[in-house]
Design a protein around this ligand. Structure first.
Ligand SMILES: Nc1ncnc2c1ncn2[C@@H]1O[C@H](COP(=O)(O)OP(=O)(O)OP(=O)(O)O)[C@@H](O)[C@H]1O
Length: 230
């Protein structure tokens, strides 16, 4: 589905990602873990096209998209939920959802199915985005991307700063989406247990490189923890 090969990315002169290789098989959840500042967000921005890599290639469904613009990647079905969620604070929940659809040139009516995935959003449709809790904003940000029917979802630390009950709801939603098998997910997380319950494959980054990776069912938790602690 997505193949990241030898990617090196920088901000100006400062190289952040070094020769990163990641494979996301169709229908799988791939977790990228690592401490603060190792380059996880930079990786997602590079996949989304917000940062141009200095070298390497990104192939999506067999096509080289390394030089494609972010908007074109979104139209090809790559959906990005950034760390800051980027909810419009003065728009209602419903308006935030509709904006997500319109941005991709789709019909501006919120599909009912999204409230089955996020029941909590149904009751707060008329609340302003800025008045929601962090967890509700995170759910809204994921919902806003999901209604555009992406094929690959990029999630940047969806559990960050969120109360446990909503983390649990988000986990169930991602699990449900995974079981449907239509979507592949690249999940950046620091909450290891959450990531490992959802992921098929995991990669641990250290200082911009992949230090450790494998099939979640085959890796030892201690090995992962040791690499996370470095
Ligand atoms: N716009 C930028 N300009 C310059 N340096 C940046 C920029 N954004 C991030 N960095 C630096 O790049 C490095 C990697 O940052 P990045 O946000 O990708 O890490 P991260 O693993 O996602 O961390 P976190 O978990 O804190 O989000 C950090 O040292 C950070 O200070």
């Amino acid at each position: 589905m997505l193949s990241i090969k030898n990617i090196t990315s920088a901000y100006g002169e400062t190289v952040i990602l070094r020769d990163v290789d990641i494979e996301i098989p169709r229908g799988s959840v791939v977790a990228v873990m690592g401490r603060n500042g190792v380059g996880k967000t930079t990786l997602l921005k590079t996949v989304m096209g917000l940062i141009r890599p200095l070298k390497g290639a990104i192939t999506y469904n067999g096509r080289d998209i390394t030089h494609l613009r972010p908007e074109a990647r979104a139209l090809e079905g790559i959906g990005y939920v950034p760390q800051g969620r980027e909810i419009f604070p003065f728009l209602t929940v419903e308006e935030n959802l509709v904006v997500g659809l319109e941005a991709r040139g789709k019909k501006a009516a919120v599909p009912e199915g999204i409230f089955a995935l996020f029941p909590g959003l149904r009751d707060i449709q008329n609340r302003k985005g800025g008045d929601l809790s962090g967890g509700q904003q995170q759910q809204l940000a994921i919902a806003r991307i999901l209604i555009t029917e992406p094929k690959l979802l990029l999630l940047d630390e969806p559990t960050e700063g969120i109360q446990p009950s909503i983390v649990f709801e988000i986990e169930n939603t991602i699990q449900f989406i995974k079981e449907q098998g239509k979507l592949s997910i690249l999940l950046v997380e620091q909450y290891m247990e959450f990531a490992l319950r959802l992921a098929d494959f995991c990669y641990v980054m250290e200082k911009g490189s992949i230090a450790f990776h494998g099939n979640v069912g085959e890796l030892s938790r201690d090995d992962i923890k040791n690499h996370m602690a470095i």
